[in-house]
Design a protein around this ligand. Structure first.
Ligand SMILES: [Zn+2]
Ligand SMILES: [Zn+2]
Length: 160
């Protein structure tokens, strides 16, 4: 008696035991086969598509924030005057806010200004250290951009 015989015997036993409980309607099962095949092939595909969509939707906002790098127009206050975020270089003449690390305006080539996140004093974007309170503003790194646009605490990540 070899292994195949043992397996065959076991399989026959399983079939016998099963037939005691279920009388298989083979015609109906074969009729269901295409549906089962379709479900077996399509269901995982649909599941992966749904997962991919969910992952994409979850990740999308973060990517958009992370790449918010280019110059943008300053938001306007209630009186129509431009409001500049603290800790980011800006051009007063064009009302454009630049990513940190920028020193000159792309449009008028003026020197940019920056508002100190700690004391609110304006100064040239070329100067790292605030002459009023001594805060050193690191003008490189994306954390300044992200925290200034996403969080209600401007300058929290910029304070060294
Ligand atoms: Zn300008
Ligand atoms: Zn200051």
């Amino acid at each position: 008696m070899n292994l195949v015989d043992v397996l065959n015997g076991a399989w026959n036993q399983i079939l016998e035991i099963t037939s005691l409980f279920v009388m298989p309607d083979w015609g109906a099962l074969i009729g269901l086969l295409p549906i089962l095949v379709v479900l077996g092939l399509v269901a995982p595909f649909v599941t992966f598509m749904a997962l991919g969509t969910v992952l994409y939707l979850v990740r999308k906002p973060r990517i958009r924030v992370a790449f918010q790098e280019g110059p943008r127009s300053a938001e306007l206050g209630p009186g129509g005057e431009p409001v500049f975020p603290v800790g980011l270089p800006y051009c007063r003449r064009d009302a454009v806010v630049y990513p940190s690390g920028t020193h000159r305006c792309d449009r008028c080539h003026d020197q940019l200004a920056v508002i100190c996140p700690m004391c609110g004093l304006g100064r040239s974007a070329l100067v790292d250290t605030c002459s009023n309170c001594g805060l050193v503003l690191k003008l490189k790194g994306r954390s300044v951009v992200v925290s200034a646009s996403a969080g209600p605490k401007p300058g929290g990540a910029a304070a060294a």
